[in-house]
Design a protein around this ligand. Structure first.
Ligand code: BDR
Ligand code: CA
Length: 310
């Protein structure tokens, strides 16, 4: 079993990633650590609670984390995700309690307590919580098994500025800390996630499952899709964040290269860019497995099969 902490800013696609993890016997979710990103922290925390309750997992610990990036004001994306961050379907007001304590303390304490190399971090929002933990407790860095994150772009460049992807752009200094940490790093950039596009056929298959989870996924996808349709003429909604969990379950669905990736923290036009040395034109050491493609049909078959279990 892969034991994971999912660090998240839900977000409709975050929700699908969390549900995929909870539905998959290969993955043990220790907790959700929540960060501000798509919407402010009060909303992302509440959304995490709603998702766990929808999945029938009110027992799962949810820790609230950082409400703003390390050194910058928060940039949000209501224009993509809606005012709540989880627009598309009205879910009941959550009643499950939050775990006591701060997400950053939980990450530090867990990595110190659990056997070295046994915990995988799955950040699917801005990297603030992870970077704050690494800064405060550098001793935990070599104890991390792997980081599998959604963020960045190379061939697809940006979705929030011409050069930058949202998760990296929101907290570029945090991203730099994480990419420089020397941890085994797997990156799912827009290059992959813009190929993990929902289709009408898949939505029909989900709708046919007709459970509360399946209905929520269809409604979220419908809401989430409208932005990419209008903006990029996309034929579906990009399920960015579930690519991380899918890779942990079926790595063979994805392909990429081990390369050097640096984070731009100063550029006038390129703040938050993932400068990916795809062609090996520098002698900078590789620090990430930077993914490039996904077997779209295989990815959606996996999602359908797993989400039907909830
Ligand atoms: C990323 O930003 C958010 O909008 C999504 O949840 C995803 O994590 C895509 O750029
Ligand atoms: Ca996200």
């Amino acid at each position: 079993k892969t034991r994971v902490i999912i660090d998240t800013d839900p977000g409709q696609d975050d929700a699908v990633a969390i549900l995929l993890a909870l539905a998959s016997p290969e993955i043990e979710v220790l907790a959700l650590t929540v960060v501000a990103g798509n919407v402010p922290l009060a909303h992302t925390v509440r959304n995490a609670q709603k998702i766990c309750e929808l999945a029938g997992r009110p027992d799962l610990p949810i820790y609230a984390g950082c409400d703003a990036p390390l050194f910058r004001p928060l940039t949000t994306a209501e224009y993509v995700h809606g005012e709540t961050g989880l627009d598309g379907i009205e879910l009941p007001a959550p009643t499950m309690p939050l775990a006591q304590g701060h997400a950053v303390d939980f990450i530090i304490d867990t990595l110190r307590r659990e056997p070295e190399g046994s915990i995988t971090l799955v950040p699917i929002g801005p990297l603030t919580n992870i970077a704050a933990a690494f800064q405060r407790a550098p001793d935990i860095i070599p104890r991390v098994r792997q980081i599998v994150l959604m963020g960045g772009a190379y061939f697809e460049v940006g979705n929030v500025t011409p050069a930058a992807e949202f998760n990296i752009y929101v907290d570029p200094e945090a991203a730099q800390i994480v990419f420089d940490a020397g941890v085994d790093l797997v990156v799912m950039p827009l290059d992959v996630t813009h190929r993990a596009l929902t289709s009408q056929d898949w939505l029909d298959r989900m709708a046919a499952i007709d459970t509360p989870v399946a209905r929520a996924v269809v409604s979220w996808t419908g809401f989430f899709e409208r932005y990419d349709r209008a903006k990029y003429g996309a034929e579906g909604a990009p399920l960015h964040d579930p690519c991380t969990i899918a890779w942990l379950i079926r790595p063979g669905l994805f392909s990429g290269r081990r390369i050097n990736v640096e984070i731009e923290t100063e550029g006038r036009y390129t703040l938050g860019m993932t400068v990916a040395d795809w062609w090996g034109v520098t002698d900078r050491a590789p620090n990430a497995l930077f993914m490039r493609d996904v077997d779209r049909a295989g990815f959606f078959d996996l999602l359908t099969e797993r989400l039907a279990r909830l």
